[in-house]
Design a protein around this ligand. Structure first.
Ligand code: ADP
Length: 508
């Protein structure tokens, strides 16, 4: 096993359900690897614990091997053995837990969306702590993410700190408060949590019913540091409109709650080196961008007859949060304004999937519109590189990464002013914002009229002032979206929390 930190850096262990590129569903996966890499670069020892899914991208794991220890962990009144694998992903040491449990928790061909998700991830949270305990790890920070590993916080203080795994402060990051993992209270007993102790309004009890528990609420209450993924979203979730029922809990713990804007992995998302692209390019030489656009148009069977016809891109999970009615509207509006539209999206919501399948069929052979309804990493890179504009009309958006990736690839974002979009997209026509920060088009109301207000202005600009549009592309491609600044903010929170704990220990 990798030894614990002895240098001046901190020993940070992330416990999570996703990590790009091995196991990525959305932004959480991107954040996990990019934040970890940035912290590692700053001299910290960073390790990651993930479930060993059958459906992982195994080719992205170097030197994967099984360790000759077996970790036994408690679940539903019994002890179950777990095989522990270790490998390197993006230069980071990652432990993969393979439960030898008859339910084959991570052998389902998918990451989430199983009826027993609560069991799967509460099992994993406990097994991960068991691994750290049995391996004799002495981390300074255990960082858990979203409801799937929220159980780590109460498990740590109630069960593992008393057992001696007590060197750590717990940091919890909520990447989206819409997903809280609420369940009947009895279900948390499976992983060994004490219902009577935790099913209280000031602990894990959900606001909707005294018989339900809320893992995210538990993590807010039991963590030393609680973060979310942008400053604006951190404000929004403290209100009844944005808090998804957790606003009172968040407000009660406001002194340990902070919003830190995500970055993107600028090595991975780099048009100058991107191996998925036919033509690499950079801000000073945009020839490759135009070539990629032609290649994508040909690949998708779109018209290439007019290179000045703007291509509008959208890459998203098709769920209500993302403003699906505005995405649908944008397809038609782009056509009316003389543009092309490419959507890459997958949907776990049956009626939304059906609706977009119908639209996709309608435009199957259209020369200016294509909908590709699946998850496709390679195609996503080509679309970012080929798009002139990129829409993100979200109803709410904790941070959002696609607007940042789009800008890095020279696509101008058109975004609704909410959450992290409000912290990263600044309107070209907004006189209250310094000119050098203006980088896209924004709108406020979540309706078609407001969307058109931004979209039409972007089209006008593109069509009528090519020179200043090129300057805008240059400006957005030069913005620093790296994790450097944000990772420093996490580092500062970790250091403060660890120092407070050490001071308290000395005083005791
Ligand atoms: P969320 O986490 O809510 O899905 P984010 O904007 O934070 O949204 O992150 C989305 C990430 O997932 C981006 O890296 C984006 O490129 C990627 N993505 C979303 N949908 C697809 C898709 N259908 N195919 C490929 N990549 C996708």
């Amino acid at each position: 096993l990798t030894s614990s930190s002895s240098g001046p850096g901190l020993h940070v262990i992330h416990i999570a359900a996703e990590m790009a590129p091995v196991a990525k569903v959305g932004g959480l996966g991107d954040v996990l690897s990019a934040l970890s890499k940035a912290l590692q670069k700053k001299g910290h020892l960073v390790e990651i614990v993930l479930p060993k899914y059958d459906c992982m991208q195994y080719e992205s794991i170097q030197n994967l091997r099984v360790l000759d220890i077996v970790v036994e962990s408690y679940f539903d009144g019994q002890l179950f053995k777990n095989k522990i694998w270790i490998g390197t992903v993006e230069g980071l040491p990652v432990y993969f837990i393979e439960p030898l449990h008859p339910a084959k928790f991570f052998w389902r061909g998918k990451t989430y969306g199983e009826p027993d998700d609560l069991k799967r991830f509460s099992y994993f949270s406990r097994a991960a702590l068991e691994l750290l305990h049995q391996a004799g790890k002495k981390p300074d920070i255990i960082h858990c993410h979203d409801w799937q590993t929220a159980f780590v916080a109460p498990l740590y203080w109630d069960l593992y700190a008393p057992k001696g795994l007590n060197s750590a402060r717990i940091c919890f990051t909520c990447h989206n408060f819409e997903y809280q993992g609420t369940a009947p209270a009895s279900e948390i007993a499976s992983c060994g949590l004490d219902i009577h102790h935790l099913n209280r309004p000031d602990r894990m009890q959900d606001h909707s019913s005294p018989d339900r528990i809320n893992p995210v609420k538990g993590a807010i209450v039991f963590s030393n540091i609680v973060t979310t993924v942008s400053p604006t979203y951190a404000q929004e979730v403290r209100t009844s409109q944005g808090g998804q029922g957790l606003q009172a809990t968040i407000n009660a713990h406001a002194q340990k709650f902070v919003g830190i804007l995500n970055g993107i992995d600028t090595d991975y998302w780099n048009p100058a080196t991107d191996g998925y692209l036919r033509f690499q390019y950079n801000a000073n030489d945009l020839e490759g961008k135009a070539e990629n656009k032609k290649a994508l148009q040909r690949h998708l069977g779109l018209s290439v007859s007019d290179s000045r016809r703007p291509l509008v891109g959208c890459i998203t999970r098709l769920v209500p949060q993302k403003g699906v009615h505005l995405i649908r509207h944008a397809i038609y509006r782009a056509l009316e304004l003389g543009g092309q539209f490419v959507l890459l999206g997958s949907s776990p919501v049956p009626n939304i999937r059906r609706e977009f399948e119908e639209i996709a069929k309608k435009f199957e052979n259209h020369e200016h519109v294509r909908l590709i309804l699946k998850y496709d990493e390679a195609l996503s890179h080509s679309i970012y590189a080929s798009s002139d504009m990129f829409i993100i009309p979200s109803i709410f958006e904790p941070c959002g990464l696609t607007q940042m990736i789009a800008m890095r690839y020279g696509a101008i974002p058109i975004a609704r002013k909410t959450g992290g979009l409000n912290d990263s997209v600044f309107d070209v026509d907004d006189d209250t914002i310094p000119v050098q920060l203006r980088n896209g088009y924004t709108f406020v109301a979540p309706d078609e009229q407001a969307f058109n207000g931004a979209f039409d202005r972007a089209f006008n600009h593109y069509m009528n002032d090519n020179e200043s549009w090129q300057e805008l592309i240059n400006r957005v491609m030069s913005i620093d979206f790296s994790w450097d600044t944000s990772a420093s903010q996490y580092e500062e929170l970790y250091v403060q929390s660890v120092s407070r704990a050490r001071a308290a220990r000395r005083a005791a």
